[in-house]
Ligand binder design. Structure first.
Ligand SMILES: [Zn+2]
Ligand SMILES: [Zn+2]
Length: 233
């Protein structure tokens, strides 16, 4: 009989915590993990497949956001807009991040499986062919990729965790997740209009993937007060 391994998905975090606790303190628990089949559970594997299939459409929506997003004021009584960024910049950063990570994963799998190198193409064609390639190799990626058993988190190289992070970032960016509050002031660290808070979250998070700043509501309030004072001055 094959040895069962717990799925590396974050739905098993509570079980992993309880196991670590049991090892250090001896306190028993009654939690059961979801087992991998053989590495990821069926639910995580299905989710990775459907999230990957959504990527081209989500990237198109991110691109549309850059065309129709709110433009900063470039003229007016005071003259210059306080935010020295162009409206498409956050879209561009997010697109570069996702496309770059997809192509890196594709190259990585091609190397590991000794397949022919990818030919460089324009971005749109590269997105389409990367999604097609990754879908075709997804079962292998979720089972045999060197990072396939890595516990999912934001920085994990696990292909399923990566796909989930692209999907989440693009969904949040295009405001398709419900119960999300978008904040009007630019991020105090990166100056982009990327501050959001998801329903039930304690923190306000900058969703510029290159920044990721977390603010408490009190810190956000202090930031807006400081901003208002600087505009008045
Ligand atoms: Zn799972
Ligand atoms: Zn930021």
């Amino acid at each position: 009989m094959p040895v069962l391994t717990p799925c590396p998905g974050n739905h098993n975090n509570a079980w992993r915590h309880a196991e670590a606790e049991r090892e250090s303190t001896g306190i028993d628990h009654e939690l059961q993990p979801a087992w991998g089949d053989p590495i990821h559970c069926t639910r995580c594997a299905l989710r990775a497949r459907s999230e990957l299939a959504d990527v081209p459409e989500l990237l198109a929506a991110v691109w549309l956001e850059s065309l129709h997003g709110t433009r900063p004021r470039s003229t007016g009584t005071i003259g210059r807009a306080p935010v020295a960024t162009w409206p498409g910049e956050a879209c561009r950063l997010l697109t570069d991040h996702i496309v770059g990570a997809m192509l890196t994963l594709e190259d990585d799998i091609r190397d590991l499986r000794r397949l022919q190198r990818r030919r460089p193409t324009a971005e749109g064609a590269a997105i389409t062919s990367a999604v097609r390639f990754l879908s075709a190799h997804l079962d292998w990626a979720l089972t045999d990729h060197p990072a396939a058993a890595e516990v999912h988190d934001r920085l994990s190289a696990n292909p399923a965790a990566q796909i989930h992070s692209w999907h989440t970032a693009a969904t949040r960016f295009t405001r398709r997740d419900t119960g999300v509050e978008r904040y009007a002031a630019p991020c105090p660290r990166c100056d982009l209009l990327g501050l959001f808070r998801a329903d039930g979250d304690d923190y306000i998070e900058c969703r510029n993937v290159a920044c990721g700043l977390l603010l408490t509501p009190a810190e956000y309030a202090a930031h807006t007060t400081a901003l208002a004072a600087s505009y008045a001055a």
